[in-house]
Design a protein around this ligand. Structure first.
Ligand code: HEM
Length: 126
């Protein structure tokens, strides 16, 4: 697969992943039973796996790697933080207030990852 196609696939998975997370966050805040539907339990894992697979393929294509290039180290660590806070937001948070705070914190981390991606800088806002 060409570099351009791979990058577009990566960005498409980024958009779908964020969209599914926001929809699940809204269902969580609305205390909707829809959140338990198979689609919302399985689909995010499929999309996030594809997101990560495209990320790994991209690192090999441009020959830049986490723990070598600092912006990719930042992206990888921030992705793990996003996943961790994300699970607090969708299921692990002990009450709705904790889950809601975790939801918005996860969105902030996501925006940070996107800013690092665009600037190739682990401190994109400074
Ligand atoms: C939620 C997680 C992620 C988001 C939101 C995200 C976002 C993006 C975006 C928006 C781009 C396009 C940047 C541009 O060209 O303007 C990109 C490219 C890229 N991403 Fe990700 N990404 C994520 C996860 C990762 C991870 C975990 C890695 C690897 C550790 C990774 C590696 C790359 C690479 C190597 C490129 C190509 C950069 C270039 O060619 O300039 N991404 N990412």
């Amino acid at each position: 697969m060409s570099y351009a196609a791979l990058k577009h696939a990566h960005m498409l998975f980024v958009v779908i992943s964020l969209f599914l997370f926001i929809v699940r966050g809204i269902l969580m805040m609305a205390e909707s039973g829809m959140l338990q539907k198979k689609f919302f339990r399985v689909m995010p894992h499929i999309v996030d796996t594809l997101l990560l697979a495209s990320a790994i393929a991209l690192t090999f294509t441009i020959n830049q790697y986490p723990f070598v290039q600092s912006w990719l180290t930042a992206k990888l660590i921030a992705l793990l933080v996003y996943i961790g806070i994300g699970t607090v937001a969708i299921k692990r948070g002990k009450n709705k207030q904790v889950r809601t705070i975790a939801f918005f914190a996860a969105i902030v981390v996501f925006l940070y990852i996107a800013a690092v991606a665009r600037t190739h800088n682990p401190l994109p806002f400074i």
